[in-house]
Design a protein around this ligand. Structure first.
Ligand code: URA
Length: 255
């Protein structure tokens, strides 16, 4: 089967963006079957023609791509519906459109969701298995948030958040209830709380604070297990590729 050179290079997982792929080609760093090829759409059969980058053989890989994104406020963690588009909503996927190849772009999904207004660490991946491993309720993965609240958080509110609070959700006239699981709660300032939870129900943190009579005015995800946003040099809206090995080590604590 024939592939275009830029598609082949993107699928090797060796380059982190479309731009890097193009630059490697234009710089004359890529040879196909022994000859330098500077045409990004050059078509060839990778089964019969070896591709080298500065002399290093590149192979197609089925490996997935995962990015660590510093999610800005005002972005949804889903593909936009027509209605959302007409309301000028924005999606986190738009942040990737210019920088990743179209095959990767189309397969990207978020690992869980952050609310439109929430900022902070978000993993975006082509790897459905990773999404399952991190979001499955059985895996007890700890998510760490910083919540800025409307009112100072009292010690009785702290205690309730720590022990578990009753949350009632009304949807189309039907009320469902659950009790949040015990959480780790640290008071950084009277109205700034660091909260670690092992569940991820919709609007969970905001609902927990509502349940104790307070309100979250800003929510930021600091990390997931040992993977902390502050260890990466990212500005709001920036992302970087992250290797599976690093995720395994920092989130699943092995390797
Ligand atoms: N909990 C919330 O309430 N919102 C988020 O975005 C994440 C966790």
């Amino acid at each position: 089967m024939k592939l275009r050179l830029h598609q082949f290079l993107s699928k090797t997982g060796f380059f982190s963006s479309k731009r890097e792929v193009k630059e490697a080609i234009w710089n004359g760093d890529i040879t196909v079957n022994g000859s330098v090829v500077k045409e990004i759409s050059f078509q060839f059969n990778p089964k019969t023609k070896p591709v080298l980058y500065r002399g290093q053989r590149l192979e197609l890989t089925n490996e997935h791509t995962t990015f660590l994104l510093y999610k800005p406020r005002g972005y949804l963690c889903s593909r936009l519906s027509e209605q959302e588009r007409s309301l000028n909503k924005r999606s986190v996927f738009e942040l990737f459109r210019e920088s990743v190849d179209s095959s990767t772009y189309e397969r990207l999904v978020t690992v869980g969701r952050l609310d439109e207004a929430t900022t902070g660490l978000l993993l975006v991946t082509t790897d459905g298995g990773l999404v399952h491993d991190i979001t499955s309720p059985e895996h007890d993965i700890r998510k760490i948030y910083e919540a800025i609240t409307r009112d100072s958080v009292s010690s009785s509110q702290m205690k309730s958040l720590e022990q578990g609070v009753d949350i009632h959700i009304e949807d189309s006239g039907v009320t469902t209830s659950y009790t949040s699981r015990p959480a780790e709660v640290h008071q950084i300032e009277p109205d700034i709380i660091e909260l670690t939870i092992q569940e991820g129900k919709k609007r969970q943190v905001r609902r927990m604070f509502e349940a104790v009579g307070n309100e979250v005015v800003h929510l930021h995800r600091l990390g997931i297990e040992g993977l902390h946003l502050s260890n990466y040099d990212l500005e709001l809206g920036d992302f970087c590729p992250i290797q599976k090995g690093e995720i395994t080590r920092l989130i699943f604590h092995h390797g």
